[in-house]
Each structure stands twice: as structure tokens, then as C-alpha cells.
Design a protein around this ligand. Sequence first.
Ligand code: ZN
Length: 362
Amino acid sequence: METAIARRRERITCDEEERLKYGYNITTHFRYASQKRKLANVQAACGTPMFNLTYGATATIWRINRGLKKNREERGFKLNPTTGVWGDSKNPQAQQTPDSLHTEVNLMVDDTCNILVVEPLNVPADNREAFIATLQYVLETAIQAVYKLEANELDSERLGEGKYLLFWEAAEGGAGVLSQLLEKPEAFRKIADAALDICHFKEPKDSCIQACYECLLSYRNQFDHALINRHLIKPWLDVLLESNAIAQVKGLSRDEQYQKLLEQTDPNSNFERVVLQEIYQRGYKLPDAAQELIAEANCKPDFIYKEEAIAIFCDGSVHNSPDKRRQDQIERDNLRYKTGYTLLTLRYDEGWQDKLILLRSL
Ligand SMILES: [Zn+2]
């Protein structure tokens, strides 16, 4: 919107203070950068999974301000697109032409930063919401303590009704802390130790009932104060103290693998991409590589499954000529005899879709 104007204020008026008190309805969204995702999970000493971790370097996050929390019936903000003045009942400039006000205008900022998505597993069913909210601030506070971060260098939010916790390094450039959590097996044991200290379980503080400003409460999390209860999390922290983080080397997600294979296909063969798309859409296991040379047979199938030793050939119309057919035959016989690969030959003008059934059980 080119006609909108916004200015950062150094100080806020009492009117705005009042609005801040009620809070804005802000949602956070993110996207991993291609091939920059690392996975790990944290297990208790007995092997029970505690949470899954997904780290994304230089991910994109969007924060959308959808308006004041207390105005449930009124979504977004009002804007006069002609004058660029934000609509407000107390703004006479905007009120002059109420008809031309755009409503439901949402404000969005985006940023590139390192993120960590934590998916808690085996969460107690009782007080689930309070447990997850407390877990969020326990992890945030303890990570800040262990890695000596300022409060504004690490931020967090609950996503999907608490199914996931999103942490991001809010400082410019990032402190590189979140990636260390996946790389060092003892990282979460240290965090648990710090958290037990912060939550007064090492040195009891009788005046702290559920939580206080010395442990988990802050001005920034005031909307969650009613939920935060350090006692809910104590048993969980005791287990985390003996935990192990196990990195998963699998690396690419299904979508990333699909994108990688698309890029590896022969640019002149559209049929290859049609086949790949069909495999992807049916939910079958994706091939390991496209256009990769199998040296011992001097042959380059269109797709291969290495572990299962299956090679897929996608024959578009260029394979129609008798010469090309003869050459194909020699190469493929060679592959079969020298490597024991199973060949799956798909011709564009035949019922190739049925043949893909072979991949269903992989
Ligand atoms: Zn306290």
C-alpha cells in the first residue's frame, strides 16, 4: 500500500498505553529456507521421546497484527487509502470521509532469522494449556540464561493451539544459539539445570506461589500470567536433566527432496517431471536421485532408488526413433546384468500410471 504512512513513536500517549494493555492480536508465520532445515529429537534416559526439534537457518518469519484483542467483532485496522490516514474514532481527519475507509487492514512485517520449532511429545493431558505455556517461558528463560542472551534477543510463540513452540533469534544477525541446541547432546541437560535454578527448585522461595517476576513472569508475557505455573513443569525438568538430543541426519523433508529432484531432471524432458509429480502426489516414496550416472553400467536412469535398486526410465517421444530404441536396449540390458537393478520403463504413450504400482510398497 503506497499511500499508507506509519511512523515509529519514541514515547506513547496514555491513550496508546491503554490500547497496549489490552494487547494486539498478533499471529506469527514462518517458512524454512530451502535445504536449511535440521532435525533432532530429545529423549528421556529411558528412551521415551520428549520433543522433536526442527531448526531452520535463515528462515522467513511474518508477524501479522490483526487489530486490538478486545475488539473481537472488529478485525484489522481502518485506513483511508486516499489520504493515508489511519482510521480511528478519535481521529477527526479520518472521520471526515468515513465512506472511503478501508476496513480489515492487517499490518505485516517480515524478517529473516534462525528459528527453532519444538514439538512437545507425551504432554500431560491435565492442564495442557498451562503446561505448554509454562514450558514455553521456562525454555525461553533458561536458554537466555545458559547462552547469556538479552531478553529481546530470543522470542517465542505458541503455534497451532500449543502443538508447537516457535523460538526465533530476534537480534540482528542472530547469536547462533539455536543451532547449538541441536548439535550438542548435553545442551538440554544444561537448560534443565538452569531452569530448575530459575524456578526456585534449588533454593526454595516461599513467596513465589505459581510464578513471580524473579522466575518466569515478565511484562512481555503478561497475557499468559494466569497460565504460568512452575510446579507443573518440575517433573518434566527432572526428566530433561537426564535427556539426550539425537540429531536426525535424514536432512531433507519430502517437499525439499521433491524440489531437489525436479531441479535434477533433464530440462528437455517434460515427461520426467510428469512422472515425478505423479509419484509425489500419490504419496509414494520419492526416488533418491535423478539423472545420476551408474558408473559400472555407464548408464544414467531418469530416477533411481538406491536401497531398493530400482531404476526408472521415462521415455518421451524422442525415444521413438529405431536408433534410439536400440541404444536404450543395450544400455538397459547392461544395467540389468551388471548391477541387478530392477528396471521400470515408462512410455509416455502407454498406460504408464498403472506401472507405478510397483513403487507403492517401498
Ligand atoms: Zn518465582
